[in-house]
Design a protein around this ligand. Structure first.
Ligand SMILES: Cc1cc2nc3c(=O)[nH]c(=O)nc-3n(C[C@H](O)[C@H](O)[C@H](O)COP(=O)(O)O)c2cc1C
Length: 189
C-alpha cells in the first residue's frame, strides 16, 4: 500500500458528480473484508445508499451542516454492526467450540467486541477506498436512531457511522488539522 493513502488522503466533504459504479463498491468490500477481527467474527455490515429514492430516505436523518455533503456524494455507506454477529461463527470460525466464549459474555461485553471489530474493519474500509483511488468522508453528524428505524427496523444491524464515497470536489478544501506527535500519543517501554 502506498503511504500517500495516509499522508495525502483527506476526509472528503464535498463530491463531484463522478459516479461510483456497483463493481467498484463490490471491489471495495472485497478488499476491506480481509481486515482482522476478533476470532474472525467479521461483524461489520454495510448498506450502500446510491439510488435517488434511498438517498431521499437518508437525508431527513442528516444534521443540517452535513446535508449538502451527503447530497453531493454519489454513494453513502451506512457502516453498521450486526448485533447477532455470533450466528455466523460456525462458518467464519468453525474451529471454535459451541457454545462459544461469546455466549458467556455479558451483553455489554459482546456488544463492545462487535463494535471494536467493526471499527477495525471500518478503518480498513477507508484505507481500501483510498487505495482504489476513491475519496471518502466519515460522518457522525446524523440521527443514528432515525437511520436504524428507516433502514434496519426488521434487522439485527445497528448503525455506527456514515461513510461518503466518491471523487472529492477539492475546490473548497480547508487546511489539514495537526495530529498528535509521537511523544504525545505513544510510549515505548
Ligand atoms: C467518526 C467520525 C465522525 C465524523 N463526523 C463528521 C461530521 O459529522 N461532519 C464532518 O464534516 N466531518 C466529520 N468527520 C470528519 C473529521 O472531521 C475528519 O476526519 C478529521 O477532521 C480529519 O480530517 P482529514 O482526514 O482531512 O485530515 C468525522 C470523522 C470521523 C472519523
Amino acid at each position: 500500500m502506498h503511504t500517500e493513502v495516509f499522508t495525502q488522503a483527506r476526509s472528503a466533504k464535498l463530491y463531484t458528480n463522478t459516479p461510483v459504479d456497483p463493481a467498484q463498491i463490490q471491489a471495495l468490500y472485497d478488499l476491506a473484508k480481509w481486515a482482522p477481527t476478533e476470532s474472525n467474527t467479521c461483524p461489520m455490515r454495510l448498506l450502500f445508499i446510491q439510488s435517488k429514492d434511498a438517498k431521499a430516505r437518508l437525508l431527513p436523518a442528516i444534521a443540517a451542516g452535513n446535508v449538502a455533503k451527503v447530497e453531493s456524494a454519489p454513494v453513502t455507506a451506512v457502516v453498521a454492526f450486526d448485533t447477532a454477529f455470533t450466528e455466523k461463527l460456525p462458518v467464519l470460525a468453525p474451529h471454535m467450540p459451541s457454545p462459544s466464549y461469546f455466549d458467556h459474555m455479558s451483553a455489554e461485553a459482546k456488544a463492545f467486541s462487535g463494535y471494536r471489530s467493526t471499527h477495525l474493519q471500518a478503518g480498513m474500509l477507508i484505507a481500501a477506498a483510498r487505495s482504489m483511488g476513491l475519496d471518502c468522508g466519515p460522518l457522525a453528524g446524523f440521527d443514528r436512531a432515525a437511520v436504524d428505524a428507516e433502514f434496519f427496523a426488521d434487522s439485527t444491524w445497528q448503525t455506527s457511522f456514515l461513510l461518503m464515497l466518491g471523487v472529492a470536489d477539492t475546490s473548497q478544501v480547508y487546511p489539514r488539522g495537526p495530529r498528535l506527535s509521537f511523544e504525545e500519543a505513544c510510549q515505548i517501554i
